[in-house]
Design a protein around this ligand. Sequence first.
Ligand SMILES: [Zn+2]
Length: 190
Amino acid sequence: MQCHQTNPKTQQPSNLESSADHEPLKPSAKPPAVMDYAAVDPVKFWQRVNKKSPEECWEWQGTINGDGYGVLKFRKAPHTAHRISLFLSGRNTSPEKPMVLHSCHNRRCVNPNHLRPGCSQENEDDKVKASRQCRGSAIAHSKLSEAQVSEIRALLTRKLSKQSIANRFCVARQTISKISRGLTWKHHTL
Ligand SMILES: [Zn+2]
């Protein structure tokens, strides 16, 4: 798995602190490759997280952005919670690995054990791997439990993408789509 050097043109200066005060980043703006979150209060941060065992997903309880990621306002701009969590765990992104990747494919998750710095190629490789694993377990025939359907509905209301939910439960995207539209599991109400 190869990480290429990112295009210098797409990198933003890491000292955006002063400019951010006057020109808040738009929600869609990408953060620079390396950010310093030392000023984030870890106590306040973890108060917004549903902490579970080290293996489970720790879901962000605060604001969720349009892409399904947890966000926190930092210096008047929205920053993704998983990125801050990685920093608080003593690690950080770098110009070579500017992204924070989820091993669990749960965008809302901020468990540092599920996060690692990576590049876009690794991100793509992860997606391919996840769909291949699912295919291996015969997604078309996998059965969902009622509890899982409830969880899927909850994730849908939290704006998680259908593909990421499908990967998480190892089912086809269409299965999630049908649940979303109420075409299946009509008898099962929350
Ligand atoms: Zn997770």
